[in-house]
Structure formats: C-alpha cells, structure tokens
Design a binder for this molecule. Sequence first.
Ligand code: SAM
Ligand code: SF4
Length: 326
Amino acid sequence: MSLDRFGRNINYLRISLTDRCNLRCVYCMPEDMTFRPRAELLQDDEILRLVRIFAELGFHKFRLTGGEPTVRANVVDIVRGISQTPGVRTVVMTTNGLLLARQAQALADAGLRRVNISIDTVDPEKFRKLTRWGKVEDVWEGIEAAEAAGLEVKLNAVVVRNYNDREDVVQLAALTQKRNWQVRFIEMMPFGDVADFQQAGIVPEAELRATIAEALGPLELLNGGALDGEARLYRLQDGVGRLGFISTVTEPFCAGCTRVRLTADGRLRLCLLRENEVNLLDPLREGASDAEMKALIEEAIWWKPWGHSLDEDVIPLNRVMSEIGG
Ligand code: SAM
Ligand code: SF4
C-alpha cells in the first residue's frame, strides 16, 4: 500500500504514453506544438518495469493516456504487458477514438477493459474547429468499434464557453436517452500558456445541469451524490445511460484522490494541477535497483500535495495537458 501523509491510499497510475497527438484541441495544445524527441520518452521496457514496481507498491489500476496513446507504436504490446503484470487488476485508456476502428479489437484482446473517448460535440463543423482538423465521423466509428470489441465505453466532453456549452451539451446528454453510456462533462482546467483562455472558458457544473434540465427534463442524482471516480452521476428521467460531471475547478475532489501520473518523459507528477514532479527516468537509466526506485516513489507519494489552489490563482505553468497525461 502507498500512503501519502494525509492518509490517502494511492493506487491508481495514469501513464502518458506520448506527448504526440493526431489532433490539436484548442484547450489542450497550440497548433504549432513541438514534441519531445523520442529518446527523451520512456521506452516500452522502461514503462513495463515501472508498472511492475508500482504494482508491487500496491497500485492496481492503470490508465493509458497522452497526448494520444493510440499513436504510440506498440501500444497493443504495452497494454498486454501491463495487463499481464502481477497485481494489475484494471487497464483502461483515454483516447480521442480516431484510431480505434483499427485497434479496438487488438486492444481488447490484449487486456484493455474500458475506453474513455473524448467527443466534445456531435456537430461535425464545431468538432473540426475544436480539434482544429478532426472528423467527428471517425470518432463515431471508433466508439462503435470499441463496443463491438466488448470494451466498456465512457464519453468525455470538455465544456468550453461559447464553443459547446449549450446545444452541444444538450445533444451529448440526449445520447443517454437511447444508449447505456456514461457521458461525462469535464470543466476546463487552466495550464501553461493557454491558462487565460481556459479560465475564461470554464462553465460551472450547476450551469450545465440547468442547461440540460431546461431542454431534457429534470436530472436525478445517483448514488446519493457519492463520486464515481471523479464524476458525480445523474440520470435523465427517461435515461438508460448516465450523466457524469467532473468539476475539478469549482468542486474539487482532492480528499478522495487516489492517483498519481507518469509523464511521457518519465516524471512522477503528484497532482495534475501542481508543478511538483519527481524524475524517475534518470535514475532508471543510471541503473537504480528496484529497491531504490521503490524508495524514491514511496518518498514522492508521501509528499503528494493535498490539492490544487486554483481559487488562489496558483496555476501550473510548467507543462500543457498533453505532456502530463490528462
Ligand atoms: N488524446 C486523448 C483524448 O483526447 O482523450 C487523451 C489525452 S487528453 C489530454 C485527456 C483528456 O483531457 C481528454 O478528455 C481531453 O478532452 C481533456 N483535456 C485536455 N485539455 C484539458 C483542459 N485544459 N481541461 C480539462 N480537460 C482537458
Ligand atoms: Fe490530442 Fe487529446 Fe489533447 Fe485533443 S485533448 S489535442 S486529442 S491530447
């Protein structure tokens, strides 16, 4: 078990497989983003060694993210390696879905259990604008392929004021009237150079719920308001699926946090919205033993920050989201 000094049991690792992406979502990275040389990123064997070490420290849930995890060469082998590691119970992925039509079955066969697929609007033209060049039809194909492969599907939408905060949110919520999906609305978070844009575009959860209720009828709170992971769940009156709200900025869930992140360049990031990181790549490459790596990780986790201080205007500036792994 890996405890931090506040008594939180940290057992969930999110791994950014690459900082690269086949899209350039406006709230995530600039259009002319420069990526790190591949040699600076964790190699496949380094990822699998770290996963084994984390699993020995009590971690059992692993999420692959990025950048876009499906653009990483050997992603299927990495999934297989992680899911076969003793102690690992769940391997899931966050993806934009563009490549799932080709990869979903192989990923499911390799041990992937669930995909969280990002789709911020069902409107093709708006989708293209938000992602700078994406085709929403490719995402639909990816969603269908994931379901056909037996993967559990959750849909994620980041809400940005004046882009997708009204009819798009309603259309996405309406999907749960027909499909047993969890559609989750994520408050935009501020990072690095684009923090001003992001802060201006935050749409609070209460406003979103009101918009949805006005168009589709009242929302019923589920689980007595207890969080499912980081999401608070609701159902439409005639809904078969569920609506989730992830309100990191306006209603932080730091007390229940169980996660840390591994960046594509091998830093252990202790809180998404804090700059604190510990370099694991260098000791790994300098020949540290498993025992030394474990001691380094345990010490880092002990000092995991309590949470973010966005309300005090403390904004993480050292990285953009795609490098950390959202
Ligand atoms: N490329 C994959 C995808 O888009 O799903 C995985 C990486 S992406 C960084 C992970 C999640 O973070 C996506 O759901 C994305 O919409 C979300 N995201 C990106 N930038 C964000 C921001 N500034 N605030 C909140 N969520 C953000
Ligand atoms: Fe790429 Fe995902 Fe960032 Fe969009 S949110 S640019 S798909 S990493």
